[in-house]
Design a protein around this ligand. Structure first.
Ligand code: IPM
Ligand code: MG
Length: 373
C-alpha cells in the first residue's frame, strides 16, 4: 500500500498555469490507478505571488514546499515586473525555492524524438538519436556567491559584483550525482569548467578527477572547457552522455542542449536535494522553458515538458519507474502519431492547443500497450 503523497503545485506566471493544469491531469490519472495516492495543494510564486502578497517567494509558499513530498513548478517571470527592485524580481521565487530546499542537483535530460528530428535547426544526422543529460550544480557558484551587489563609487561610477565560488564538498556532491546518473546510462561523464581561467574551475577539475579515481573507476571521465563544450554541443552533440557542470555554465549549456531537440517545450528537469536517513529527498520538477509571456493565456503552449517532468517526479521521488515509463511512452506515441502544438509543428501542419495535447497524452496512457501502433 502506498501512503498519501503531498504534491505542491506552483504554477507561477505566464504559461505556467496552463501547462501545470495538463500535467496535473496526468498526475491524477496515475493517482487513480494507484487508488488515490496523491493529495494536491497549490500556492503562488514569482510574479503571481508579487501580485497577491507583495513578494515573489512568500513564507507560506516556502513552508508548503518544505512540507511537500514533491513540488511541480511551472514558470516565473513576466515583462510586467521587469522594473521591480532586484530582490523582488519573480526569479527570486525559483532561486529562493532552490536555495531553501537545498536543491543542489539539477538533472536536465535532452532527448531528440525520432518524429521531431525535422524540428531541430541542426542537420538530422547530427541530432538523430541524441540522448544526453546535463547535471547542473544548482545552489552554488556565481548565482549565490558573496559578496554581491551594486556599489556606488560616486561621480556617476558604479561597480557590480558577483562571486564565483565553490567548495570541495559542493563539487564532490554534484559530481557524485553525475557519476550515479552515468552508471544508469552509457557510463560517460564530461565535466565542463573554465579551469584555464578560474581558480574555482581548477578546483572543480581537481576534485572531480580525484573522486572519479577513488570511487568511480568504471566511469569514463573527460573534461572540456565550457566554451569548447558549447561548440561541441552544436558540432557533435552525440559525443556526450552526461555533462557535469556548475550553475552558470549549466544554465547556458542546458538551454543550448534543449534547442538541439527542436523545442524548449519538450524538456523536463528535476532539482534534487540531499537524501535524508529515510531516503527522502526534497525535489522540484519543472519544465526548463520559461514563462513565455508572448503566448501566455492563449492556451497554445506545449505542456509536454511539464508532463515529462511529472514522469521524472515519479521516477526520482517515488521510484515508480513503471508509471514513469508509461508516461514517457505515451508522449512518444502521441508525437509519433503526429499530434503537434504550434511550437513543434512544421508549416501547414494541423495543430492542437495545450488541452488538446493533454487529452492526447491521457488517451495514450489509457490505451493498452497492444493497442498502440
Ligand atoms: C533556468 C532559468 C533560471 C536560471 C532563471 C529563471 C532564474 O533560466 O532554470 O535555467 O537561471 O537558473
Ligand atoms: Mg536557464
Amino acid at each position: 500500500m502506498n501512503a498519501t503523497k503531498n504534491i505542491l503545485l506552483l504554477p507561477g506566471d505566464g504559461i505556467g498555469p496552463e501547462i501545470v493544469a495538463e500535467a496535473r491531469r496526468v498526475l491524477e490519472a496515475v493517482s487513480v490507478r494507484r487508488g488515490g495516492v496523491f493529495r494536491f495543494t497549490e500556492d503562488v510564486i514569482g510574479g503571481a505571488a508579487l501580485d497577491r502578497c507583495g513578494e515573489p517567494f512568500p513564507e507560506a509558499t516556502r513552508q508548503a514546499a518544505l512540507a511537500a513530498d514533491a513540488v511541480l513548478f511551472g514558470a516565473v517571470g513576466d515583462p510586467r515586473w521587469a522594473s521591480v527592485p532586484f530582490h523582488l524580481r519573480p526569479e527570486v521565487g525559483i532561486l529562493g525555492l532552490r536555495k531553501d530546499l537545498g536543491l543542489f542537483a539539477n538533472v536536465r535530460p535532452a532527448v531528440v524524438f525520432d518524429s521531431l528530428v525535422q524540428a531541430s535547426t541542426l542537420k538530422p544526422e547530427v541530432i538523430r538519436g541524441l540522448d544526453l543529460v546535463i547535471v547542473r550544480e544548482l545552489t552554488g557558484g556565481v548565482y549565490f556567491g558573496e559578496p554581491r551587489g551594486i556599489e556606488d563609487l560616486g561621480a556617476g561610477e558604479r561597480r557590480g559584483v558577483n562571486t564565483h565560488v565553490y567548495t570541495s564538498s559542493e563539487i564532490r556532491r554534484i559530481a557524485r550525482v553525475a557519476f550515479d546518473v552515468a552508471r544508469t546510462r552509457r557510463k560517460k561523464v564530461c565535466s565542463c569548467d573554465k579551469a584555464n581561467v578560474m581558480e574555482a574551475g581548477l578546483l572543480w577539475r581537481e576534485e572531480v578527477t580525484a573522486l572519479a579515481k577513488a570511487e568511480y573507476p568504471d566511469i569514463e571521465l573527460t573534461h572540456l572547457y565550457a566554451d569548447v563544450a558549447s561548440m561541441r554541443l552544436v558540432q557533435n552533440p552525440k559525443m556526450f552522455d552526461v555533462i557535469l557542470t556548475d550553475n552558470l555554465f549549466g544554465d547556458m549549456l542546458s538551454d543550448q542542449a534543449a534547442t538541439l531537440t527542436g523545442s524548449l517545450g519538450l524538456l523536463p528537469s528535476a532539482s534534487l536535494g540531499v537524501s535524508d536517513a529515510k531516503g527522502f529527498r526534497r525535489a522540484v520538477y519543472e519544465p526548463i522553458h520559461g514563462s513565455a509571456p508572448d503566448i501566455a493565456g492563449k492556451g497554445i503552449a506545449n505542456p509536454l515538458a511539464t508532463i515529462l517532468s511529472v514522469a521524472m517526479m515519479l521516477r526520482f521521488s517515488f521510484g515508480w519507474n513503471e508509471d514513469a515509463d508509461r508516461i514517457d511512452t505515451a508522449v512518444r506515441v502521441v508525437l509519433d502519431s503526429g499530434v503537434r502544438t504550434p511550437d513543434i509543428a512544421t508549416p501547414g501542419q494541423p495543430t492542437v492547443n495545450t488541452k488538446g495535447m493533454g487529452d492526447a497524452v491521457l488517451e495514450a496512457l489509457e490505451r493498452p500497450p497492444e493497442g498502440r501502433s
